[in-house]
Design a protein around this ligand. Sequence first.
Ligand SMILES: [Zn+2]
Length: 191
Amino acid sequence: MDEIIAKIDDPEMLDQIEKIIPFHGYLSTGAFIGLQILQIARKLLDIKEDDKVYVTCETFNCLPDPFQILCGCTVGNKGLKMLDYDKMAVTINKAAEPGAKSVKAVRIILDPEKTVNYPVFHAWYMNERKISHEEAISELIKAGEDVYTWKFVDMPVPVKNKKDVAICKDCGESYVRYDDEDLCKGCYSSD
Ligand SMILES: [Zn+2]
């Protein structure tokens, strides 16, 4: 992998890779895809270093990690929303203007109609045969933006409701209630 990384001559990307490796554990192909998606989004939405961004990631596999370590988007700070669709797709937006009901976002996918032009990488993407991360990532470096497709979408700004805290009738523990249900979600779903 070091050989592959040595071929990257963009100092900013190298710096980002150095942060991703200890966070994710190693440079996986999925993490590298996340990094490339982030770079595309930065350009399309004019995201500056200190801008707060919001990310919706459509797979739990590797892809969310670059956004967590490089943009500080986490599940806990609501910067990262996870959809368990097992899709190589990420939607990114900056913070909305105060009072706005929606904000311009961009959804970027790893597009199989484009990866087909990079046969080794396409074989990795379609899981046709065993391709090493080294092989897959060196193809991605060659391809750059060429394997991604994006479109701008309107992302609704979530409405904050007042927190209604209740005590569960079953377990006696407190929970945040969103409707008139008098059981916490844990007890409700184990019924
Ligand atoms: Zn309960």
